[in-house]
Design a protein around this ligand. Structure first.
Ligand code: DHB
Length: 398
């Protein structure tokens, strides 16, 4: 068809109203920056699966005629410069109205100043270092902080063990875990007998766990970012016979992340963690979430805290779109997020602290046990009810 004929046809179709019924009145463009390839791809892939599952099942939560368009970019790992360049491209060229994703702290920190300069709201799906939300008033976090899990775990651990060794990945989230656990543990009377910071990207944790074993602690507190690293650190713990030597292994839920449990065999049985989500939780909202996940994705990869991070952040994004009838204003979006609440997330009740724009949620003490022939993170008790980020609470008091 010649261009003029095509234009004439389109013009008459529009005049007849044939196009308006199917063409959405409003499209909200959302920029997604996450880790979709490389050794940490599990984070972006799981956030993405949660986000897309939410979108598929909740189309009716958008106002009539409003459409959401995702513009997805892969930062390929802890690459602050790349994340910043991608955010610039999404804001300037792609004209996105909201930014989301952000699996890895270093990347979220690199993009934070841009959200303030360009006034683009950012909804964090995973990145968990406490400081991120203080770096711009246009950031809200729908995931977790590592202080939320590691600080109460330190307090709990001191009631069971006297001597602890700390082994963490050497980047900001690992440093947060180290500080939070040490504070909780020593405040409650425990002693830290040694520490090691491990490279962020490694699959061999044996040298570090050997150092931990040599220090003869009662317990090792470990943190690595979730994914294959979790399976590898659990493997080192098992290979070195640390469990048989009577040394317990504990940490935030990242070390026994649900989707990796099938790769770990029976080694993690008895590992205790604190976290905000377990795929094994029997809350009705979680049972429905896990069933929907299985129906959509089969048994290839299970539901995880990263899946829930993508799901919950997208619920908050849909809420902001709904309240503004598809016309996104940055300041109004932040006001809406500051007052966001969901009593029925798969992880339990969640809300955003309006003062800090950080998530408020329960923290559960869990143990890896066999349930129906498979290992699972079994929630035993709530160790932190409606927990705010302790790092911000402690610094506020200073
Ligand atoms: C990050 C934090 C985590 O707890 C995790 O499992 C993976 C990544 C982060 O903030 O970089």
């Amino acid at each position: 068809m010649k261009t003029r004929t095509l234009l004439a046809t389109l013009a008459s179709a529009a005049a007849l109203g044939l196009m308006t019924s199917s063409a959405p009145a409003q499209t909200v463009r959302i920029g997604v920056i996450n880790t979709m390839s490389g050794p940490q791809s599990n984070i972006g892939v799981n956030n993405d699966m949660g986000m897309r599952l939410y979108m598929k099942l909740n189309q009716d939560k958008l106002p009539p005629g409003v459409k959401v368009e995702l513009v997805v970019r892969d930062d390929a790992g802890a690459n602050p410069d790349k994340a910043k360049q991608l955010a610039q491209e999404l804001i300037v060229r792609e004209k996105v109205q909201i930014l989301t994703g952000f699996g890895i702290t270093s990347n979220a920190m690199a993009v934070a100043p841009l959200t303030a300069e360009a006034k683009v709201p950012m909804a964090i799906m995973n990145a968990a270092a406490s400081v991120i939300t203080t770096m711009s008033p246009y950031i809200a976090r729908f995931s977790f902080t590592l202080w939320q899990s590691s600080y109460p775990l330190g307090k709990w651990a001191a009631t069971k063990y006297k001597r602890a060794f700390i082994a963490v990945s050497d980047y900001v989230p690992g440093h947060d875990c180290e500080e939070a656990f040490a504070k909780g543990f020593t405040e409650a009377g425990g002693e830290i007998v040694g520490r090691v910071r491990m490279p962020l990207i490694t699959l061999d944790y044996t040298p570090f766990m050997q150092r931990a074993k040599d220090a003869k602690p009662d317990v090792v507190f470990g943190f690595i970012p979730a994914g294959r690293f979790a399976t590898q650190i659990i493997k080192a713990y098992g290979d070195l016979g640390m469990d048989k030597a009577g040394i317990k292994f504990i940490g935030p839920g990242d070390i026994t992340t649900d989707e990796e449990l099938p790769s770990m065999g029976d080694v993690p049985i008895g590992v205790m963690t604190v976290h905000h989500y377990s795929a094994a939780a029997d809350r009705p909202a979680n049972k429905a979430f896990v069933a929907a996940w299985k129906k959509e994705y089969g048994d290839k990869i299970g539901a995880s805290f990263m899946g829930v991070g993508g799901w919950d952040a997208m619920d908050a994004i849909y809420y902001a779109i709904r309240e503004q009838k598809g016309k996104i204003d940055a300041d109004r979006t932040m006001e809406l997020w500051k007052n966001y609440k969901n009593p029925n997330s798969p992880r339990g009740p969640i809300s955003i602290d309006p003062e800090t724009r950080d998530i408020v949620q329960n923290e559960y003490l869990r143990e890896v046990r066999k349930v129906g022939g498979q290992t699972a993170n079994v929630e035993l008790e709530i160790v932190g009810n409606a927990t705010k980020d302790p790092w911000k609470e402690i610094n506020k008091k200073k």
